[in-house]
Design a protein around this ligand. Structure first.
Ligand SMILES: Cc1cc2nc3c(=O)[nH]c(=O)nc-3n(C[C@H](O)[C@H](O)[C@H](O)COP(=O)(O)OP(=O)(O)OC[C@H]3O[C@@H](n4cnc5c(N)ncnc54)[C@H](O)[C@@H]3O)c2cc1C
Length: 328
């Protein structure tokens, strides 16, 4: 790494953040990555399905693809803080100041003055937001999930999917992900009820495959009027007066941009969001706040994918390098 290279803070270590870090290194910038999860890799880390969208790696699952990206990333000279959140973002004369929690271990660009003051700060000339998407859910369902480990919001994790066997499962949601999970669980001996408030929007092949099975019940235009955790099980009460007990409840309502990071902005203008809650960017991933860039699923991307996130991370790094040179 070039001595005294400008520091770039990258929030989120999915494909967009990792790609930006990789490109920053080759463009003579000094990236530091902050990742909230306890591992890098992003959304595809637990995807056991074949990735059909990436030319050049036929048959490769999302998990395997992520392993490849992470292995390469791990060889880069990039300080990376996993299990870390940015609690506050402010500005000083030199750029952005990020307060990190918990305090970073070795390798962080914390100044001597900060260390002496007992603060844990990262000073950066530019900032990339690459926090991706998070599963959608109502506040009531989030509260239920906080109460029971058997209420799951978003796709089944690799740790859990082997545990859900020979069980009664209620899935809320009507898209590809909901029906894909129903088929996966039915193959593992589960009896699955899939309910969606509107009609099913999943692709025809998934619908036909689910409809052909006795162990999957599809309920369009239906949503439980009440959900209660009773011991290890979940009771769903329906508008027709019936109720049912389930071992697991999966909420698969799709995804929304994860903009939690904007809560940390203090005295720094927040980038403008579009109608869908995505961070607005130009063709070079610049937001409307100078020095702040965004890439990947957090931005409005025509076809969100690993390939698009990698390309956007690269473009953001190039824009940062040009903008920092122009402003130097
Ligand atoms: C069900 C599903 C199936 C998909 N299938 C495919 C497919 O087959 N092929 C394909 O190419 N793409 C697929 N995608 C899309 C692909 O996963 C995304 O486009 C890609 O992961 C986007 O990369 P990203 O870096 O923008 O975000 P992510 O991969 O979501 O990474 C964001 C990272 O930011 C971290 N983060 C979030 N908030 C904070 C914070 N406040 N502070 C620090 N870190 C934070 C997260 O923990 C995460 O590690 C699929 C997506 C879904 C949901």
């Amino acid at each position: 790494m070039i001595k005294d290279a400008p520091t770039v803070a990258i929030v989120g270590a999915g494909p967009a953040g990792m790609s930006c870090a990789n490109a920053c290194v080759s463009f003579g910038l000094a990236p530091v990555v902050i990742e909230r999860a306890d591992h890098v890799g992003g959304a595809q880390r637990g995807n056991f399905h074949e990735n059909l969208w990436l030319l050049g790696s036929p048959g490769e699952t999302g998990e395997a693809l992520t392993r490849r990206l992470v292995t390469h990333y791990g060889r880069l000279p990039v300080p990376t803080h996993v299990g870390t959140t940015v609690t506050r973002i402010t500005e000083d004369d030199a750029g952005f100041v990020l307060d990190l929690a918990p305090p970073p271990a070795d390798g962080t660009r914390v100044t001597d003055a900060d260390q002496a003051a007992g603060t844990h700060r990262l000073h950066a000339r530019a900032l990339l937001l690459a926090t991706g998407m998070r599963p959608r859910a109502t506040a009531q369902l989030r509260a239920l999930a906080a109460h029971s480990e058997r209420v799951l919001i978003g796709a089944l994790s690799d740790a859990l999917r082997e545990r859900v066997r020979d069980a009664d499962v209620l899935i809320l949601g009507g898209g590809d992900n909901a029906l894909d999970h129903a088929l996966f669980l039915a193959e593992r001996g589960c009896r699955v009820r899939v309910a969606t408030r509107a009609g099913f929007s999943a692709r025809a092949a998934f619908l036909a495959a689910c409809a052909a099975r006795d162990d999957i019940e599809l309920r369009p235009h239906a949503a439980p009027i009440r959900l209660e955790v009773e011991g290890e099980r979940i009771r769903a009460v329906w508008a027709d007066g019936t109720d049912g007990m389930h071992d697991w409840l999966l909420v698969l309502f799709g995804y929304q941009p994860d903009t939690d990071i904007l809560d940390a902005f203090t005295g720094v203008p927040r980038p403008t969001l579009g109608a869908g809650g995505h961070v607005r960017v130009d063709a070079w991933q610049r937001t409307d706040v100078p020095g702040i860039y965004a890439a990947g699923d957090l931005t409005e991307t025509p076809q969100p994918s690993v390939a698009a996130a990698i390309a956007q991370g690269l473009a953001a790094a190039r824009a940062m390098e040009r903008d920092l040179r122009a402003g130097a």
